[in-house]
Design a protein around this ligand. Structure first.
Ligand code: FAD
Length: 116
């Protein structure tokens, strides 16, 4: 079967959404103000309500209830998001990502110059 770009399927939506989320973590301050922390926690909560794949959204909301968003610093938020993404990877049988390397993937670039 051929695939099309419109409308986005669950895979395309997911890939692009993770790009947005990890990129937000990559530009999140190392020492966020209380207001910046509230913003990112509120954003993730709303995102989990509005995410337009309903089974994904239900699962993400349940995950957040068990492991609430940590947003005390870029490192903390980036690690929390990486763990949340790994939860979905495990559910879908995808490889688990090494979270000690999330900044290389999403902020600084791999040490060997690759981008993926
Ligand atoms: P993706 O999982 O989209 O990852 C994109 C890239 O991110 C990878 O190539 C890798 O370089 C990097 N990466 C991988 N893991 C991590 C990590 N842990 N931390 C940092 N970077 C990483 N799909 C479903 O079928 N069912 C669901 O219930 C479901 N729930 C989802 C919930 C959310 C909140 C989101 C955003 C997506 C969800 N998806 C779900 C979509 C799914 O996670 C994938 O995005 C989709 O299957 C496409 O996978 P992919 O192989 O292209 O890589």
């Amino acid at each position: 079967t051929t695939t099309t770009d419109c409308p986005a399927d669950v895979e395309t939506l997911g890939r692009n959404s993770w790009t947005l989320l990890h990129s937000i973590a990559a530009t999140y301050p190392t020492s966020p103000t209380p207001a910046q922390q509230d913003d990112v926690v509120g954003f993730i909560k709303l995102f989990s309500k509005l995410y337009p794949c309903w089974v994904c959204a239900e699962d993400f909301k349940t995950y957040i209830r068990k492991d609430p968003v940590k947003a005390g610093s870029r490192g903390e938020f980036g690690k929390w998001l990486c763990d949340a993404h790994n939860h979905v990877n495990k559910k879908l049988g995808k490889p688990v990502f090494d979270c000690s390397r999330w900044e290389e993937r999403w902020r600084t670039g791999w040490k060997d110059g690759r981008c993926d």
